[in-house]
Ligand binder design. Structure first.
Ligand SMILES: Cc1ncc(COP(=O)(O)O)c(C=O)c1O
Length: 420
């Protein structure tokens, strides 16, 4: 079993992480009269003032449609939208801004690849290799493609509750008829961090195209698509301090250029006649219709904000919080913990004996702790683990160990409540 090593600690001065809480107005909210402990960051993160201000500033000073007008406001909106694209390219170390397609999020990014790349590169009998820990967003688009083309889906197994991929047998799965390998970087249920650089490299040797689902990692650690060596990478703005409704598909330029458009409409064309049309080059040929311009502006602000803190530092803090929570919870009697013991991301999934995950979440909510309970869009993984659902606490840099202490106390209260 292999998992990615914890990023080496590079800084010496301890960070005051709680200072960042002041940047997030919502973190001072009370819920049910209790101070909010927000542990649902894997679902969506909160937004700092820098992002809220950027959205307001855009609507107050720059709002117009992009790429169409020649008036001043349209030029401002276009410049802001394209600046966000260039920023996203730097954020993941893409070779060029032309490799960045704006989408609604990870889900749409993967659907775009399954549809626009899959339709012309996947045929009957071809295999698509996924892993057992994938989010539905990285399963269902491939199922739809497989139904259309007669391709077959295979799933790299995980090792029970600790949830690591068995890479010792990876080469047995990487056969010549596998055309695409799509995997998550960080599992949203297990907290497993997959060694994507190594996996992509082993796939590339056989000419297999690779896609990395970076929904849970892009805002949590440095991402370098050139180092990963992947062909595609997808992420969502809202899981990294940005607004909802905006996300990114990175595609290697040579891949994007060979793909047909995903949707048709305005913005993506060079010319249209009654019977036929011609397209712009990538990335514009994949962006039909008015894009989420404000979303891109907000995402730009989020990327700046995260990089001012430093994603390497965020990754280290994430792992500290994940390890702290795992150690704390492992002392609770009657708890079942999922995911790796060490080197986990900043989230913990668990079940308490005799208490349904939804009950854990409902009672925790009454005490101000926002958790998530359910299958986390990982139904096949839940079935593999032999459960219907788990409760999950997922952290971000603005969370503290004091909040985890309170959360562990709340779990004790929940156990007492259901035992009585
Ligand atoms: C690993 C993973 N992939 C994909 C997604 C889908 O992201 P979105 O709903 O933003 O498209 C999620 C969301 O939770 C996720 O955790």
């Amino acid at each position: 079993m292999i998992t990615e090593a914890a990023p080496a600690a590079k800084h010496t001065k301890p960070m005051d992480w709680s200072a960042y809480r002041a940047d997030f107005p919502i973190l001072s909210e009370k819920v049910h009269g209790q101070p909010l402990i927000y542990f649902d960051n894997a679902a969506t993160t909160q937004k700092p003032r820098a992002v809220l201000d950027a959205l307001r500033h855009y609507y107050e000073h720059g709002n117009a449609n992009v790429h169409r007008g020649i008036h001043e406001l349209s030029n401002r909106a276009t410049a802001a939208f394209e600046a966000a694209r260039a920023r996203a390219a730097r954020f993941i170390n893409a070779r060029s801004a032309d490799e960045i397609v704006f989408t609604r999020g990870t889900t749409e990014s993967i659907n775009l690849v399954a549809s626009a790349w899959g339709s012309s590169h996947i045929g009957r009998g071809d295999k698509i290799l996924l892993t057992e820990m994938e989010h539905h967003s990285n399963i269902v688009p491939w199922q739809l493609l497989a139904e259309r083309t007669g391709a077959k889906l295979l799933f790299l197994p995980i090792s029970g509750d600790i949830g690591l991929l068995d890479l010792n047998h990876l080469d047995e799965w990487l056969t010549r008829d596998v055309k695409l390998l799509a995997m998550t970087h960080i599992s949203n249920s297990l907290g497993t961090i997959n060694p994507v650089t190594e996996i992509c490299e082993r796939a590339r040797r056989l000419g297999i195209i690779t896609l990395v689902d970076a929904a849970q990692s892009a805002g949590h650690r440095p991402i370098d698509v050139q180092e990963f060596g992947c062909d595609f990478l997808a992420f969502s703005g809202h899981k990294m301090c940005g607004p909802t409704g905006i996300g990114v598909l990175y595609g290697r330029q040579e891949r994007l250029e060979t793909m047909a458009p995903y949707q048709g409409g305005g913005e993506m064309i060079l010319s249209v006649e009654f019977q036929r049309s011609t397209w712009k080059h990538a990335p514009h040929k994949f962006e039909a219709g008015t894009p989420d311009i404000a979303g891109a502006v907000g995402l730009h602000a989020a990327m700046d904000y995260l990089d001012q803190i430093g994603r390497q530092k965020i990754a280290e803090h994430d792992q500290e919080l994940g390890a702290y929570a795992y150690a704390k919870l492992s002392h609770i009697k009657g708890i079942r913990l999922f995911g790796p013991h060490i080197g986990r991301a900043g989230l913990v999934s668990f079940l308490l004996d005799q208490v349904h995950a939804h009950d854990v979440v409902t009672v925790a909510d009454q005490r101000g702790v926002a958790l998530r309970g359910g299958h986390h869009c990982n139904q096949p993984l839940m079935h593999k683990l032999g459960v219907e659902s788990t409760a999950r606490a997922s952290f971000y840099f603005y969370n503290t160990t004091a909040e985890i202490d309170r959360f562990a106390e709340v779990l004790g209260e929940i156990q007492k409540f259901f035992a009585s």
